[in-house]
Design a protein around this ligand. Sequence first.
Ligand code: PLP
Length: 403
Amino acid sequence: MAIADAIADDRAYVMQNYGRAPMVLARGEGAYVWDTEGRRYLDCLAGIGVMNVGHAHPAVAAAVREQIGQIAHTSNLYYNETQPALGRRLVSLSFPGRAFFCNSGTEANEAAIKLARKRHAKAGRPDRYEVISFTGSFHGRTYGSLAATAEVHYQEGFGPMPEGFRVLPFNDLDAVRAAVGPQTAAIIVEPVQGEGGVNPADPAFLRGLRDLADQHDICLIFDEVQCGMGRTGRMFAHQKYGVLPDVMTLAKALGGGLPIGAVIGRGEWGDVLSPGDHGTTFGGGPLVCAAALATLDVLEGENLPERAERVGNVLVEALKKALAGLDAVKEIRASGLMVGIELTFPGRDLVEQARQKGLLINCTAGSVIRLLPPLVLTEAQASEAAAIVGDVVATAAKARLSA
Ligand SMILES: Cc1ncc(COP(=O)(O)O)c(C=O)c1O
């Protein structure tokens, strides 16, 4: 199908809630994708942090093919083999507890919030429902997760938001100390904020939240939807910090490209829900769980978290060199292969310029160029990406000076 026809059909038959680049992607392999005209791109966005194992990984493809040939969906009225196997695997990789499976990041956060409130309600404290989140956070687009998302523009036109949500400044422990009380049910935080512009939490902030949660019996939720699954150099970002959450949410890269979300409740947080309390038709189905198990095999078998750390350092060093001396660059922030370059001006146009040079990246929080490449990225590919980013930033900075 010609690009123009695909775009025309999209405009006619698909709700226009996305701003899309004018290209049609047809296939991928490792860190590369190809459009329908055969043009190759170095994919440093990986479907927004989803394809951590790279595109079309043969082991994930084989597991999906095999599972769909056996049974794809069972509903949660019956047991299947893959869901408990995935629960066991995630728990063994993180902390003792239990998993709940859903289909996306927003649903995982929704479930985590419900879990926190339910535990207090069950203990006779139904008025304990406030959820604290932080500036720069993004937790999803369904109402609970949206109410916890700090950026109000995501909420505009969709009000009223559910009550019981409060946003505090990120990395400001004193503000949290002053705000928590007998009304607080949960604190939800991304150990490394993604959409907010790649902002790592201060280690002392996460440690302080852990202490406050312990003192006040608050559920500490780590949203690792974007920063989990090896992205930051450890399988889970909290392991880098050495701070345990009560509840961790996952999605994005967990299914190797198939939609799956998970909530891991540590210890007693895994015991809160009873039959009928919460659920979803597709959650934890055999197909997505088989994909996730194969994805975990690849992440572990190919040491991709370690690779994210190593190649992330190469990428950051190369970016520093490529961007050296440019006043347009405020800061480069990174954790493993989660990299943000904050500019002094809006970065949206640079995304298109990079695409025209064969590199896929995006811009978040208005002025942060973000790279979330597959963790299979090679050092040579990291250098190539840095050179293109350096080129487009320098060109844009020069154009602004002469304007
Ligand atoms: C940290 C974080 N939480 C939640 C979400 C929502 O995930 P989903 O788009 O799968 O609903 C995202 C998506 O970007 C995210 O980055």
